[in-house]
Ligand binder design. Structure first.
Ligand code: GBH
Length: 460
């Protein structure tokens, strides 16, 4: 039931902003232009056996050259904000001296967005650390935190539009858990739980960047943390304990230091150093949400204090993730319950659903899976707003079909279809059954209510 408390639910507040997100490695391409240096994802994808079908981010969506067309698409879709990421290796190719030509690209992008009345929301780090920083030990060391803060200040100086929205990091938990634990993501380290120091070293740069960003323009500095509702597989206390440990590792380890100024108990006891005060989050807290996780006590031989169990009885996205719209409501209520008044207004910085191109299918339609996914998640979000959770807006992942990291280009998340042979873009329309009146179903664009809230201030 997509509307858990019935159709009487009030609509989204007037002006609730609708938006879309991308990230540099996944869309920019042009990896050898402007003097850009290699990122650890370039290296990872070029390593045989790493990226699916040997696919890389070399061209991706060619957003670097086609951003004017993409900004026009955002406007055509009626979206009020665009979350993009700056590639650190384009701005500081070797992790050191600035590369003005690289910064200029993002300057042109921000100008084009502001001219179109679309609010830029800038992520400083969406996983694509310069290879040189990785070569010096990467996030297993503290050093990159300080280099990152300098880089962020550089970007902020150049891109500060009148009302900047800065996101320091995207999903630091994934860098630790997938990049350094099992090594499924770049940099491909297989340290299992010894990857834990990387968690702290991913949070430090957030704290430092918050301090370094020019105070005048920095009223909005957040993070984009991925949160998952964690479900214990049974009422057995050992399963409940495993679920709590997983929730600490996956959710709270990256949120408590920012909002409470401490690590969750279990991991603090595991030897992470004390934090003196909350690292901070100003103006908003960014939430990426896709699916819940079911957890049970570890069976013998597991390297972790928990095992993950498949969630059954639910539709599955192409990625294999279970589709559980009320998980978004659960996560928002859990955030409010845990942090109370310390929780800034939430910006849903990612939510979306991937699928593969089916031969012969209409590429300009979302298809029933994504149409249902988005409709039902928006209903859950509407319920959260009705329940009084302060939500400031919602970014769909993603504006464009793009490179899904180690999985290459097969999984498509875009509001806009991209033909990766020609790079032609085609906006998708919702499929029938999306809940809109029949007459509107086949219209292109405007499938989301028109934006008002995240308005850019007038240009000086
Ligand atoms: C986001 O990551 C990314 O920010 C975005 O770049 C990406 O394209 C998008 O989602 C779609 O994938 O961690 O082992 O428990 C989401 C990454 C992958 C994190 C699945 C949770 C569950 C398995 N998510 N993962 S695990």
């Amino acid at each position: 039931d997509p509307t858990p408390r019935g159709p009487a639910l009030p609509p989204f507040p007037a002006g609730f902003p609708w938006a879309a997100a991308t990230s540099a490695h996944q869309v920019d391409g042009a990896v050898a232009e402007d003097g850009r240096g290699p990122s650890l994802w370039d290296t990872f994808c070029a390593t045989p056996g790493r990226g699916a079908r040997g696919e890389t981010g070399e061209v991706a969506c060619d957003h670097h050259h086609r951003h004017p067309e993409d900004v026009a698409l955002l406007a055509e879709l009626g979206l009020g904000a665009y979350r993009f990421s700056v590639a650190w290796p384009r701005v500081q190719p070797g992790g050191g001296p600035a590369n003005p030509a690289g910064l200029d690209f993002y300057g042109r992008l921000v100008d084009a967005l502001l001219d179109a009345g679309i609010t830029p929301v800038t992520t400083f780090d969406h996983w694509d650390t310069p290879q040189s920083v990785e070569d010096a030990g990467g996030w297993l060391r503290r050093g990159p935190a300080h280099r990152f803060a300098g880089y962020a200040a550089l970007v902020a100086d150049r891109l500060a539009d009148p009302v900047p929205w800065w996101i320091t990091l995207n999903e630091p938990c994934v860098v630790t858990m997938l990049g350094c634990g099992p090594g499924e993501h770049a940099p491909g380290r297989t340290l299992l739980l010894d990857a834990l120091p990387a968690a702290q070293h991913r949070l430090l740069p957030h704290g430092l960047a918050v301090q370094e960003l020019p105070t005048a323009g920095a009223q909005r500095v957040g993070i984009a943390n991925n949160h998952t509702p964690v479900w214990a597989d049974s009422a057995d206390p050992s399963d409940a304990a495993a679920a709590a440990a997983y929730a600490d590792l996956r959710n709270w380890l990256y949120a408590d230091p920012l909002l409470v100024g401490a690590y969750p108990d279990a991991w603090f006891a595991g030897g992470l150093p004390l934090i003196a005060q909350p690292l901070g989050c100003y103006g908003f807290y960014g939430l990426n949400h896709y699916a819940p996780t079911r957890v049970r006590a570890a069976r013998q031989g597991s390297p972790f204090p928990f095992d993950l169990v498949q969630i059954t009885g639910r539709p599955r996205a192409h990625s294999g993730w279970p589709v559980v719209p009320e998980g978004l409501l659960e996560v928002l209520l859990a955030l409010r319950a845990r942090y109370r008044e310390a929780l800034p207004p939430v910006l849903v910085t990612e939510n979306g659903c991937g699928h593969a191109d089916v031969p012969g299918a209409d590429r300009t339609a979302h298809g029933p899976a994504r149409t249902d996914f988005l409709r039902d998640h928006l209903a859950a979000l509407r319920q959260a707003v009705a329940d009084g959770v302060g939500v400031r807006g919602c970014f769909v992942w993603s504006l464009l079909d793009n490179s899904e990291w180690a999985e290459g280009y097969e999984q498509r998340f875009g509001l806009v279809h991209v033909d990766f042979d020609t790079l032609a873009r085609a906006p998708r329309a919702p499929s029938a059954g999306c809940g809109e009146p029949a007459g509107r179903r086949r219209r292109r664009g405007r499938q989301l209510p028109s934006p008002r809230g995240l308005r850019p201030a007038p240009r000086p």
